[in-house]
Design a protein around this ligand. Structure first.
Ligand SMILES: [Zn+2]
Length: 291
Protein backbone atom coordinates (compact mmCIF):
# COMPACT_ATOMS: atom_id res chain seq x y z
CA UNK A 1 0.00 0.00 0.00
CA UNK A 2 1.07 3.58 -0.66
CA UNK A 3 -0.12 6.85 0.85
CA UNK A 4 0.32 10.45 -0.24
CA UNK A 5 2.23 12.55 2.30
CA UNK A 6 2.18 16.35 2.27
CA UNK A 7 4.31 18.60 4.47
CA UNK A 8 3.17 22.22 4.63
CA UNK A 9 5.86 24.65 5.75
CA UNK A 10 6.25 28.41 5.66
CA UNK A 11 8.24 28.43 2.41
CA UNK A 12 7.47 25.12 0.68
CA UNK A 13 4.87 22.40 0.34
CA UNK A 14 6.68 19.06 0.03
CA UNK A 15 4.94 15.94 -1.22
CA UNK A 16 5.72 12.30 -2.03
CA UNK A 17 4.13 8.90 -2.25
CA UNK A 18 5.31 6.82 0.70
CA UNK A 19 5.58 3.01 0.82
CA UNK A 20 5.06 0.84 3.93
CA UNK A 21 8.83 0.75 4.51
CA UNK A 22 9.14 4.57 4.49
CA UNK A 23 10.57 4.79 0.98
CA UNK A 24 9.66 8.11 -0.70
CA UNK A 25 8.58 8.00 -4.36
CA UNK A 26 8.32 11.03 -6.65
CA UNK A 27 9.32 13.70 -4.13
CA UNK A 28 8.21 17.19 -5.15
CA UNK A 29 8.50 20.65 -3.67
CA UNK A 30 6.39 23.71 -4.54
CA UNK A 31 6.50 27.22 -3.06
CA UNK A 32 3.81 27.73 -0.40
CA UNK A 33 1.03 29.84 -1.97
CA UNK A 34 -1.26 32.35 -0.25
CA UNK A 35 -4.18 29.90 -0.22
CA UNK A 36 -2.80 26.72 1.35
CA UNK A 37 -5.63 24.36 0.30
CA UNK A 38 -5.05 25.29 -3.34
CA UNK A 39 -1.35 24.62 -2.90
CA UNK A 40 -2.06 21.18 -1.42
CA UNK A 41 -4.37 20.26 -4.30
CA UNK A 42 -1.76 21.49 -6.78
CA UNK A 43 0.86 19.37 -4.99
CA UNK A 44 -1.43 16.31 -5.13
CA UNK A 45 -2.02 16.63 -8.88
CA UNK A 46 -0.41 13.83 -10.86
CA UNK A 47 -0.06 11.36 -8.00
CA UNK A 48 -2.24 8.24 -8.13
CA UNK A 49 -2.60 4.84 -6.48
CA UNK A 50 -2.66 6.08 -2.86
CA UNK A 51 -5.08 4.86 -0.17
CA UNK A 52 -5.12 7.98 2.02
CA UNK A 53 -3.54 11.42 2.38
CA UNK A 54 -1.62 12.61 5.44
CA UNK A 55 -0.88 16.30 5.93
CA UNK A 56 1.66 17.67 8.38
CA UNK A 57 1.44 21.41 8.94
CA UNK A 58 2.68 24.17 11.21
CA UNK A 59 -0.11 25.67 13.31
CA UNK A 60 -2.62 24.57 15.91
CA UNK A 61 -4.54 21.56 14.58
CA UNK A 62 -7.63 19.73 15.81
CA UNK A 63 -6.58 16.29 14.64
CA UNK A 64 -9.92 14.61 15.35
CA UNK A 65 -11.90 17.13 13.27
CA UNK A 66 -9.22 17.67 10.60
CA UNK A 67 -9.36 21.40 11.25
CA UNK A 68 -6.51 23.93 11.32
CA UNK A 69 -7.67 26.08 14.23
CA UNK A 70 -5.03 28.77 13.96
CA UNK A 71 -1.71 29.37 12.24
CA UNK A 72 0.82 32.18 12.29
CA UNK A 73 0.21 34.95 9.76
CA UNK A 74 3.03 33.48 7.63
CA UNK A 75 0.72 30.59 6.64
CA UNK A 76 -2.45 31.54 4.82
CA UNK A 77 -5.04 29.38 6.57
CA UNK A 78 -8.43 30.75 7.54
CA UNK A 79 -9.16 30.36 11.27
CA UNK A 80 -10.90 27.01 11.85
CA UNK A 81 -10.28 25.90 8.27
CA UNK A 82 -11.73 22.36 7.75
CA UNK A 83 -8.69 21.24 5.77
CA UNK A 84 -9.30 17.46 5.82
CA UNK A 85 -12.81 17.93 4.42
CA UNK A 86 -11.70 20.46 1.79
CA UNK A 87 -8.97 18.19 0.47
CA UNK A 88 -10.85 14.89 0.93
CA UNK A 89 -13.92 16.10 -1.00
CA UNK A 90 -11.72 16.75 -4.05
CA UNK A 91 -9.34 13.77 -3.85
CA UNK A 92 -11.97 11.21 -2.78
CA UNK A 93 -9.83 9.40 -0.16
CA UNK A 94 -9.52 9.74 3.63
CA UNK A 95 -7.43 12.76 4.64
CA UNK A 96 -5.85 13.31 8.04
CA UNK A 97 -4.12 16.45 9.35
CA UNK A 98 -1.73 16.85 12.26
CA UNK A 99 0.64 19.56 13.47
CA UNK A 100 4.26 19.21 12.44
CA UNK A 101 5.68 18.43 15.89
CA UNK A 102 3.22 15.59 16.58
CA UNK A 103 3.69 14.33 13.02
CA UNK A 104 7.47 14.23 13.49
CA UNK A 105 7.01 12.06 16.61
CA UNK A 106 4.73 9.69 14.69
CA UNK A 107 7.29 9.54 11.88
CA UNK A 108 10.00 8.62 14.40
CA UNK A 109 7.68 6.00 15.94
CA UNK A 110 7.00 4.25 12.64
CA UNK A 111 10.15 4.90 10.61
CA UNK A 112 12.86 6.34 12.89
CA UNK A 113 14.44 6.31 16.35
CA UNK A 114 11.15 5.34 18.05
CA UNK A 115 10.70 2.03 16.23
CA UNK A 116 9.91 -0.80 18.63
CA UNK A 117 9.33 1.61 21.52
CA UNK A 118 5.80 2.19 22.86
CA UNK A 119 6.74 5.16 25.07
CA UNK A 120 9.02 8.08 24.28
CA UNK A 121 9.27 11.83 24.47
CA UNK A 122 10.27 13.60 21.23
CA UNK A 123 11.65 17.14 21.30
CA UNK A 124 12.58 19.32 18.34
CA UNK A 125 15.15 22.09 18.81
CA UNK A 126 15.19 25.03 16.40
CA UNK A 127 14.31 28.71 16.72
CA UNK A 128 12.04 27.47 19.50
CA UNK A 129 11.38 24.02 20.99
CA UNK A 130 8.52 21.68 20.12
CA UNK A 131 7.59 18.60 22.11
CA UNK A 132 5.43 15.53 21.64
CA UNK A 133 4.51 12.73 24.02
CA UNK A 134 4.21 9.22 22.60
CA UNK A 135 2.70 7.04 25.32
CA UNK A 136 1.26 3.51 25.27
CA UNK A 137 1.86 3.25 21.52
CA UNK A 138 0.13 6.48 20.46
CA UNK A 139 0.47 10.24 20.64
CA UNK A 140 -0.87 11.79 23.81
CA UNK A 141 -2.58 14.94 22.51
CA UNK A 142 -4.19 16.32 25.67
CA UNK A 143 -7.69 17.77 26.10
CA UNK A 144 -7.02 20.73 23.75
CA UNK A 145 -4.59 19.04 21.33
CA UNK A 146 -1.86 21.06 22.99
CA UNK A 147 0.02 18.50 25.10
CA UNK A 148 3.80 18.47 25.00
CA UNK A 149 4.33 22.24 24.87
CA UNK A 150 7.62 21.94 26.74
CA UNK A 151 9.06 25.02 25.00
CA UNK A 152 6.92 27.24 27.22
CA UNK A 153 7.47 25.45 30.49
CA UNK A 154 9.47 27.89 32.63
CA UNK A 155 12.89 26.59 33.61
CA UNK A 156 13.98 29.94 35.13
CA UNK A 157 11.56 31.78 37.44
CA UNK A 158 11.19 35.39 36.20
CA UNK A 159 13.89 34.76 33.57
CA UNK A 160 14.25 36.07 30.02
CA UNK A 161 11.05 37.35 28.42
CA UNK A 162 9.57 34.99 25.80
CA UNK A 163 7.51 35.98 22.73
CA UNK A 164 4.62 34.01 24.31
CA UNK A 165 4.35 36.74 26.95
CA UNK A 166 5.72 34.70 29.88
CA UNK A 167 9.20 34.75 31.37
CA UNK A 168 11.90 32.12 31.74
CA UNK A 169 10.52 29.66 29.15
CA UNK A 170 12.65 26.61 28.24
CA UNK A 171 12.80 27.80 24.59
CA UNK A 172 14.59 30.98 25.64
CA UNK A 173 17.44 28.95 27.18
CA UNK A 174 17.66 25.65 25.32
CA UNK A 175 16.63 26.35 21.71
CA UNK A 176 19.20 26.60 18.93
CA UNK A 177 18.55 30.35 18.99
CA UNK A 178 19.71 30.34 22.63
CA UNK A 179 22.76 28.18 21.77
CA UNK A 180 23.75 30.63 19.03
CA UNK A 181 23.28 33.60 21.38
CA UNK A 182 25.56 31.96 23.98
CA UNK A 183 28.18 31.00 21.37
CA UNK A 184 28.22 34.46 19.79
CA UNK A 185 29.14 35.91 23.19
CA UNK A 186 32.38 33.90 22.73
CA UNK A 187 32.87 34.91 19.08
CA UNK A 188 30.35 36.59 16.74
CA UNK A 189 31.49 34.17 14.00
CA UNK A 190 29.67 31.31 15.77
CA UNK A 191 26.40 32.36 14.17
CA UNK A 192 24.67 29.03 13.47
CA UNK A 193 24.19 25.60 14.98
CA UNK A 194 26.14 24.07 12.10
CA UNK A 195 29.20 26.32 12.61
CA UNK A 196 29.11 25.68 16.37
CA UNK A 197 29.02 21.90 15.90
CA UNK A 198 31.95 22.15 13.48
CA UNK A 199 34.14 24.41 15.62
CA UNK A 200 33.42 23.31 19.19
CA UNK A 201 36.20 20.69 19.28
CA UNK A 202 38.87 23.34 18.60
CA UNK A 203 37.79 26.13 20.95
CA UNK A 204 37.53 25.47 24.70
CA UNK A 205 35.57 28.71 25.25
CA UNK A 206 33.02 27.65 22.67
CA UNK A 207 32.90 24.20 24.24
CA UNK A 208 32.15 25.85 27.60
CA UNK A 209 29.21 27.70 26.00
CA UNK A 210 27.91 24.47 24.43
CA UNK A 211 28.26 22.78 27.79
CA UNK A 212 26.25 25.54 29.52
CA UNK A 213 23.57 25.17 26.83
CA UNK A 214 23.56 21.38 27.31
CA UNK A 215 22.83 22.00 31.02
CA UNK A 216 19.80 24.10 29.97
CA UNK A 217 18.66 21.35 27.58
CA UNK A 218 19.02 18.74 30.32
CA UNK A 219 17.07 20.73 32.94
CA UNK A 220 14.03 20.54 30.65
CA UNK A 221 14.64 16.89 29.78
CA UNK A 222 14.96 16.04 33.48
CA UNK A 223 11.49 17.44 34.17
CA UNK A 224 9.96 15.27 31.45
CA UNK A 225 11.94 12.19 32.45
CA UNK A 226 10.90 12.52 36.09
CA UNK A 227 7.22 12.98 35.15
CA UNK A 228 6.85 10.39 32.40
CA UNK A 229 9.67 7.93 33.15
CA UNK A 230 10.08 7.13 29.44
CA UNK A 231 12.57 4.46 28.36
CA UNK A 232 13.70 6.72 25.50
CA UNK A 233 13.99 10.41 24.62
CA UNK A 234 14.36 11.42 20.95
CA UNK A 235 16.05 14.72 20.10
CA UNK A 236 15.28 16.29 16.71
CA UNK A 237 16.07 19.47 14.80
CA UNK A 238 19.10 20.22 12.61
CA UNK A 239 21.59 20.65 15.46
CA UNK A 240 20.75 17.19 16.86
CA UNK A 241 21.75 15.52 13.59
CA UNK A 242 25.34 15.98 14.84
CA UNK A 243 26.10 12.93 17.02
CA UNK A 244 28.70 14.93 19.02
CA UNK A 245 25.95 17.30 20.23
CA UNK A 246 23.69 14.39 21.26
CA UNK A 247 26.70 12.82 23.05
CA UNK A 248 27.27 16.00 25.08
CA UNK A 249 23.62 16.02 26.16
CA UNK A 250 23.75 12.31 27.02
CA UNK A 251 26.89 12.91 29.13
CA UNK A 252 25.40 15.97 30.86
CA UNK A 253 22.04 14.43 31.74
CA UNK A 254 23.11 12.34 34.78
CA UNK A 255 23.93 15.58 36.68
CA UNK A 256 20.29 16.59 36.33
CA UNK A 257 18.26 13.43 36.94
CA UNK A 258 17.85 11.11 39.87
CA UNK A 259 20.13 8.10 39.52
CA UNK A 260 17.17 5.71 39.39
CA UNK A 261 16.21 7.16 35.96
CA UNK A 262 19.74 6.67 34.65
CA UNK A 263 18.87 3.95 32.13
CA UNK A 264 16.83 6.36 29.94
CA UNK A 265 18.14 6.24 26.36
CA UNK A 266 18.91 9.55 24.62
CA UNK A 267 18.81 9.26 20.83
CA UNK A 268 19.03 11.65 17.88
CA UNK A 269 16.02 11.67 15.56
CA UNK A 270 16.52 9.60 12.42
CA UNK A 271 14.01 11.01 9.94
CA UNK A 272 15.80 14.40 9.54
CA UNK A 273 14.33 16.66 6.87
CA UNK A 274 11.89 13.87 5.92
CA UNK A 275 10.26 14.12 9.39
CA UNK A 276 7.18 16.00 8.17
CA UNK A 277 6.54 13.71 5.20
CA UNK A 278 7.15 10.49 7.12
CA UNK A 279 4.98 11.70 9.99
CA UNK A 280 2.18 12.59 7.57
CA UNK A 281 2.62 9.15 5.99
CA UNK A 282 2.44 7.40 9.38
CA UNK A 283 -0.89 9.17 10.00
CA UNK A 284 -2.21 8.29 6.55
CA UNK A 285 -1.33 4.60 7.00
CA UNK A 286 -3.28 4.65 10.27
CA UNK A 287 -6.25 6.29 8.56
CA UNK A 288 -6.16 3.88 5.61
CA UNK A 289 -6.16 0.93 8.04
CA UNK A 290 -9.36 2.31 9.66
CA UNK A 291 -11.16 2.84 6.33
ZN1 LIG B 1 7.18 31.12 26.23
Amino acid sequence: MKVLAIDVGGTAIKSALVCDNGELIDFRELPTPAVIAEGILEAARGYSGYAAVGISTAGLVDYKQGVVIFSSAALGYRDNEPLAEEIGSVLGVPVVVENDVNAAALGEAKFGAGRGCSDFVCLTYGTSIGGALYLNGDLYRGSRNMAGEIGHVATHAFGRPCPCGKQGCYSEYASVTALVRMAMEVDPAYASGRIIAEKMGGDPWLMAAVSAWADEVCVGLAGLIHVFDPPRVILGGGVMSDPAIVDIIRETLPEHILASYGSVEIRGAETGNRAGLLGAAALAFGEAAKA
